[in-house]
Design a protein around this ligand. Structure first.
Ligand SMILES: Cc1ncc(C[n+]2csc(CCOP(=O)(O)OP(=O)(O)O)c2C)c(N)n1
Ligand SMILES: [Mg+2]
Length: 910
């Protein structure tokens, strides 16, 4: 170290402000180190320092861990446990799976079908999965409940292949891979990837959108703890496994939540990263080392890291590496080279890898090229993997990541192994097939190696391999994946729970957000299901009034509250508790969406229906985490999404990035999402009651229970009217009800369709039309444009399919056909939201909306800017009447001038 001006060693920040209590002792230690370096060399010095660090760690001396270690297996050979299985039989089983997985994809590529699939990923991951299937993954029947396994999505052929060996899928079904409709054979086809919605008795966790598997697995493990800590279910024996790609780790979602897992000490979580060094196009880190990089990230975040880099063949070489020459090569060779070696030959590895140092050349002199070629990677060595999994499952206090080095396309032959194109290759030539069969030692005669339809291989029933495989799964609690839904309908809250919401707020002005929170508080008191509500909040509890739940429900924290809370004396103090109910996620919409998914699938995963309510700035929901919500739909999540601060003009002052005029449009694209845009508290009451009935009550024929609800909530306080005595509840649920009819008399009439916060504008327009222009108007509250559209689409489809029967009429058409006059729709959303129903609206249609970016200003200024305020509605209605000849067009001009709209016109989209 270079001395500083004061004569002290430069600290590199390691101990910059620590006092040296005994400088001469320090000096002695430093000199001893110098001596070792001078006389025994840097390698020896390094070894000694690492040993001292290890001892310091064992003795609990508070020194930071190294963030990366040598490019070696974490578990030393002499620390590996005995392997308890039958290695030979397991190797045979693996060979059958490898073959069937590849053949299945190959056959799906047959002429006339050509739907392909992925071969090389499973080929690299087979041992990673199989050591789990044979020794670790606990099925649903295991004592204490089973494990939850997130399989790498595009490795699905291998999972199907195993289910085939287990006798759960037929060869006919394998032939239906990626042909869900066109394959009419017994059992139909198989979806490409893990899609619970498409294969609901098999797949549990959708994973194929890269990055969502890792984050969802973390929050699943955390939710298991939550259930446990709240005393709802003993999940102490259940483990979450996530199998991930090394390329996949580039997704922000993959690494973005690893801190949560460490902070909450999720030792019920194991990540296994398949480090084949390749992604789709080429190397993951050609110039670097992905395993080392991931090691630093994970260990820096507080995970237990286990590297499985080298197979057992390397052990004796490393044992002979007295001066660290081999280690040096391992440490310094970039991944791009490691990839290339495995696409070449033993001679190439001798020359290009070992050949870089005369000492390593000598180390492998006694090995033939073939033997060098046979120096395997750790991720293909069953015993090394077993040791890693065992260590991970026994480790406490931290989640574990296993970084396993493999070869993409392993055993598929030189056209596949390590090639950049391997990810996209879907077919084997006859030569490939022959070589592959020989490599796997399969008893398939040459004659049956058909180039288009090579046979699947399944040993006879009763063979030692099948017996072994079945025994192992029996001992571990049954087959996986296996999605089961085993829960009874819930007893729903009585009508009384909704009384306050239906009564309105009297003269008090409250936003619908507050109205909903009040309703939620009532529902959470319900003795039957109150405890099942799981509010999920990314740091906006105070904005939405949910802080009122802090004292009674408390914020979940596995560590309780180990500090003196600053606001402990206040009514709504921030209270963390191990039994807390609220999931306060911090500022992470991605984490919240993952939590919501875990809670909303608890009815299946745990047989414990939970009712998650995730409340967020509506702008940061579908727009920011739309793909997660899509995956949640695949996983058949049930629950509530609450899009608070909805609308482009209602969130006071915030402007472009916050004001949401389009999330309802995005929500409409998710088929599992039922979206409502309620105006009033009483509407919310009926919608919520029906949502609970549908998702958690007795199933009804023809109604999918696997849906979730998106309710928009506004933050503008208005008086919440009481429910009208003759309220049209079916209308509220179907998507529209006539809230304020025109007085029963003759005269030009318009139909105003308004939604959410636009209702007060519409009612004001109704008044102005009448008082200023003598025009009548019916005002409808449209609670769901999307549900009206879906009904209309379904009706059209039915009519197309039943030409011989009287056509059915869509709900929206039916409701409006009895009313007279042009129709004008208005909402705080872009016009495409109401325009969803335009094709089915009888008569003249016009919509007003908030197209364009949001701006910062007062609500009234913004509404004028977008042309959606009461006066704008009036002018548009008059224009429609003029257009249909019911009014002179001069009235429109006059109205524009009266309301000063003539000077205000410009295109808000500019
Ligand atoms: C979000 C997302 N982006 C892109 C893809 C397309 N894709 C499928 S597999 C793949 C490469 C995966 O590489 P890696 O994670 O290393 O897995 P490997 O096949 O190498 O095991 C890509 C980019 C995807 N499935 N999801
Ligand atoms: Mg990869």
């Amino acid at each position: 170290m270079t001395p500083t001006p004061q004569g002290l060693p430069e600290s590199l920040g390691l101990h910059s402000q620590l006092l040296d209590l005994d400088p001469s002792e320090t000096q002695e230690w430093l000199e001893s180190l110098d001596q070792v370096v001078d006389h025994a060399g840097q390698n020896r010095a390094r070894y000694l320092l690492l040993s001292i660090l290890q001892r310091a760690r064992d003795r609990r001396v508070g020194v930071a861990n190294l963030r990366s270690t040598d490019y070696l297996n974490t578990i030393a050979p002499d620390a590996e446990p005995d392997f308890p299985g039958d290695e030979h039989l397991e190797q045979r089983i693996r060979a059958y799976n490898r073959w069937n997985a590849a053949v299945m994809v190959h056959r799906a590529q047959r002429p006339g079908v050509g739907v392909g699939g992925h071969i090389s990923t499973y080929a690299s991951a087979a041992a990673l999965f199989e050591v789990g299937f044979n020794h670790f993954f606990r099925g649903h029947d295991a004592a204490g409940g089973g494990d939850q396994i997130y399989f790498q999505g595009h490795a699905s052929p291998g999972i199907y292949a195993r289910a085939f060996l287990e006798g759960r899928l037929t060869s006919d079904q394998l032939d239906g891979f990626r042909q869900e409709f066109s394959h009419s054979g017994a059992g139909g086809g198989l979806p490409s990837y893990p899609h619970p919605r498409l294969m609901p008795k098999f797949w549990e966790f959708p994973t194929v959108s890269m990055g969502l598997g890792p984050i969802n697995a973390i929050y699943q493990a955390r939710f298991n703890r939550y259930l446990h800590n709240r005393g709802l279910k003993d999940t102490s024996r259940q483990r979450v496994w996530a199998f991930l790609g090394d390329g996949e780790m580039d997704e922000p979602e993959s690494l973005g939540a690893i801190g949560v897992a460490a902070r909450e000490e999720l030792d019920n979580l194991t990540f296994v990263v398949n480090c084949n060094l390749q992604r789709l196009d080429g190397p993951v880190r050609g110039n670097g080392k992905i395993i080392q990089e991931l090691e630093s990230y994970f260990s820096g975040a507080g995970w237990n890291v286990i590297k499985v880099i080298w197979g057992r063949e390397w052990d004796s070489l490393l044992a002979a590496d007295t001066d660290g020459a081999l280690l040096n090569l391992m440490n310094t060779t970039p991944d791009g080279d490691f990839q290339t070696y495995k696409a070449e030959s033993g001679a190439f590895v001798r020359e290009q890898f070992f050949g870089r140092d005369p000492r390593t050349v000598a180390m492998v002199e006694h090995l033939s090229d073939n033997e060098i070629w046979n120096l395997k990677r750790g991720g293909h060595d069953y015993r090394k993997l077993y040791a890693a999994y065992r260590s991970a499952t026994e480790h406490t206090g931290q989640p574990t990541v296993i970084l396993a080095k493999t070869i993409k396309g392993w055993t598929l032959g030189s056209r596949f192994e390590g090639r950049n194109s391997t990810h996209q290759m879907k077919k084997l030539t006859l030569d490939d097939l022959r070589a592959f069969r020989d490599r796997l030692f399969l008893e398939i005669p040459d004659a049956s190696l058909d180039a288009v339809k090579p046979p699947y291989f399944r040993p006879s029933e009763g063979s030692p391999e099948l017996e072994y495989l079945q025994d192992r799964r029996r001992a571990l609690g049954g087959y996986l994946p296996d999605r089961r839904v085993d829960c009874r309908p819930l007893e729903l809250p009585p009508a009384a729970a909704y009384r306050i919401a239906r009564r309105g707020s009297g003269r008090q002005e409250i936003a619908t957000t507050m109205a909903f929170v009040r309703l939620l508080k009532e529902l959470m008191k319900d003795p039957e299901i109150g405890h099942r509500f799981v509010p999920i909040i990314p740091d906006e509890a105070r904005t939405f009034g949910l802080d009122s739940l802090f004292p009674s429900k408390k914020i979940y924290s596995p560590h309780g509250q180990n500090y003196l809370s600053v606001d402990r004396d206040q009514m709504l103090s921030y209270q963390e508790d191990i039994h807390g109910v609220l999931l306060h996620e911090g500022i992470t919409e991605a984490g919240s969406a993952a939590s919501w998914t875990a809670a909303g699938t608890s009815y299946a995963t745990h047989g414990e229906p939970m009712i998650p309510l995730y409340i967020f700035y509506s702008m940061f929901g579908f727009q920011r985490t739309g793909d997660q919500l899509w995956a949640a739909a695949d996983q058949m999540t049930r629950g509530f999404l609450l899009g608070a601060t909805a609308g482009r003009t209602t969130l006071n002052g915030e402007g472009l990035q916050h004001q949401d005029g389009h999330s309802l449009l995005l929500a409409s694209t998710n088929p599992a999402c039922i979206a409502y845009d309620a105006a009033y508290s009483f509407e919310l009451a009926h919608i919520t009651a029906d949502a609970l009935r549908r998702m958690y009550g007795e199933p009804r024929a023809g109604e999918d229970q696997n849906v979730f609800y998106y309710l928009t909530l506004y933050n503008e306080p208005t008086p919440q009217p009481p429910e009208p005595p003759d309220v049209d509840i079916p209308g509220i649920l179907a998507g529209m009800h006539r809230y304020s009819p025109a007085p029963a008399r003759e005269g030009p009439t318009v139909q105003i369709l308004a939604a959410g916060i636009a209702m007060p504008w519409a009612l004001e327009a109704q008044r102005l039309l009448h008082t200023d222009w003598g025009i009548l108007a019916d005002v409808w509250s449209v609670t769901s444009w999307t549900q009206l559209r879906r009904d209309a689409l379904a009706t059209d489809d039915w009519n197309l399919a039943h030409p011989d029967q009287p056509p059915r009429i869509p709900y929206v058409t039916r409701r409006l056909s009895k009313s007279s006059g042009p129709v004008i729709a208005v909402s705080d959303w872009m016009r495409a939201v109401p325009d969803q129903i335009a094709p089915w609206v009888p008569g003249i249609w016009a919509s007003l909306g908030t197209d364009g970016f949001g701006h910062s200003d007062t609500r009234s200024a913004l509404r004028r800017h977008f042309g959606v305020d009461a006066q704008s509605i009036v002018v548009r209605a008059l224009q429609q009447l003029a257009g249909s000849g019911e009014l002179d067009s001069s009235v429109v001009d006059e109205a524009q001038r009266t309301y000063h709209l003539d000077t205000h016109r410009h295109d808000p989209q500019q």
